[in-house]
Design a protein around this ligand. Structure first.
Ligand code: SF4
Length: 459
């Protein structure tokens, strides 16, 4: 029997829908760019294909941060060309089009980071959109690549700092902050669409608004300025988790700690310290490197004892002496950071640090990395062990046959540890759960549902 005409029409429409393959490489900031492009594509009636072969055209959003990321990007472009043939490239590596076109001259178009309109016009040129009112529905929060219950909120592009190992300012340009009312309205929309956790990202969150002289704006009949503390204050009224990433320890960051103590925003700070030796930090040209950071950390923890500090470090930076590395270990021991990531220095084409003398041999880098991570792991294990026996509220990310994987206030998605809940019957991703911590290991906690608390989903 033939299907009814309405279904036939929809099936025919589906057959005609242009399909885009999308590969998103790089950091959360690139992910946000990908989400914006995908939202535009979906709103214009394009469908996202799960494989290169099923796509009519492929967009690759590249990363150009370190040489390994450049290689990965070039390799991915090659793979997309081989398996599909029609490829548009965007993202950080796109800021250096020659690098791409030398190796892959068949690429249809290369655009730089945040060039949404250019990407869309290249897509239109090579694969015109076909509108179908039955199928072009975009969810209210847009198309996101993260699970439905958390979302990244990008507050600015670019960076005014001049860290010697980094070429992001050259790739992405100088700081360009989004006006605070625009950011708060986006956050409000996301919260209304069911997002329970916002992850605030930028290259330098604490510098937010400096480029537009902390421009004033109003939101929900209140006056705000485009600056870090007002952003935290505004987001803190939404009643969802707000997590601050890429904050530098400038003195004004102290103002946010009381908001954390009151749980208006999560007591969590992601500060990329990069090193603990003042002389290395000076060679790295890090912002706020001369601040007395250890004293500040102690002050923050006094005001907000549950504060979680996450950071990343680079070992084997050019000229790093054994003494400077020991200083880093001592600094780490004193700082007692909760979450720590570490990279071995690798030269990035175009970075001023390449011109510094005293490159550290690979085997020395390897040995320092192992020692650093061993020390960081021991601190992490000790700090997590203190949580055993406590009760806390967690946000469920995934549920399987052997329980649920959730996160506490102290865990950012993808980069930190998790809370593993045994016997999680009835829980679904995006639920809140009240749990009791039963055990800990190096990076994760183990828990059971807190029988004493009713696991009622709360905002
Ligand atoms: S703060 Fe430093 S490392 Fe971060 S993007 Fe700016 S220049 Fe690069």
């Amino acid at each position: 029997m033939a299907p009814p005409p309405a279904i036939r029409r929809r099936a025919q429409a589906r057959e005609r829908i242009p399909k885009i393959g999308f590969v998103s490489l790089g950091c959360p900031k690139a992910l946000v760019d990908s989400e914006r492009i995908l939202t535009s594509l979906r709103s214009e009636g394009y469908e996202v294909a799960p494989t290169y072969e099923q796509a009519d055209l492929v967009v690759v959003n590249t990363c150009g941060f370190i040489d390994a990321a450049v290689d990965e990007s070039l390799q991915t472009i090659g793979e997309a060309l081989e398996r599909n043939g029609k490829v548009i490239v965007t993202g950080c590596l796109g800021a250096r089009p020659q690098r791409i076109l030398e190796r892959h001259p068949r690429v249809l178009k290369v655009t730089g980071p945040q060039t949404y309109a250019e990407v869309m016009s290249a897509v239109h040129q090579h694969l015109p959109p076909r509108h179908d009112p039955f199928l072009d529905l975009v969810p209210p929060q847009g198309v996101r690549l993260t699970p439905r219950h958390y979302a990244y909120l990008k507050i600015s592009e670019g960076c005014n700092n001049k860290c010697s190992f980094c070429i992001i300012p050259a790739l992405r340009g100088r700081l360009a902050s989004r006006p605070i009312d625009e950011v708060l309205r986006e956050a409000e929309r996301l919260a209304a669409a069911g997002v329970r956790e916002l992850l605030v990202i930028s290259q330098d969150t604490s510098a937010y608004g400096a480029d537009i002289r902390y421009a004033p704006a109003s939101w929900r009949d209140e006056e705000y300025r485009t600056r870090f503390i007002d952003l935290a204050r505004g987001l803190g009224t939404l009643g969802i988790w707000v997590r601050l990433h890429y904050v530098y320890p400038y003195p004004h960051v102290d103002e946010v700690i009381p908001l954390m103590a009151q749980r208006r925003v999560l007591p969590y700070l992601d500060i990329p310290f990069q090193h603990g030796s003042p002389s290395v930090l000076k060679r790295m040209r890090r912002p706020a490197h001369s601040e007395d950071v250890l004293r500040r950390i102690a002050g923050w923890r006094k005001q907000c004892p549950d504060l979680t500090l996450r950071s990343t470090f680079i070992v084997g930076f050019p000229g790093e002496t054994p003494g400077e590395f020991e200083e880093l270990l001592e600094w780490l021991e004193e700082a007692q950071l909760d979450r720590v990531g570490c990279f071995k220095y690798s030269p990035v084409e175009g970075a001023p640090a390449n011109a510094l003398g005293g490159h550290v041999p690979a085997e020395v880098q390897e040995e320092r990395y192992a020692r650093f991570m061993e020390r960081a792991a021991a601190i992490s294990a000790r700090r997590l062990a203190r949580r055993v026996g406590t009760r806390m509220r967690v946000l469920v990310d995934a549920v399987g046959d052997d329980g649920a994987v959730a996160r506490s206030e102290a865990d950012a998605p993808e980069i930190d540890g998790v809370v593993r809940i045994a016997a999680a019957d009835g829980l679904r991703p995006g639920d809140w759960a009240e749990v009791e911590i039963t055990a800990s290991d190096t990076y994760d906690l183990h828990a059971r549902i807190d029988a004493a608390a009713v696991a009622t989903p709360r905002r």
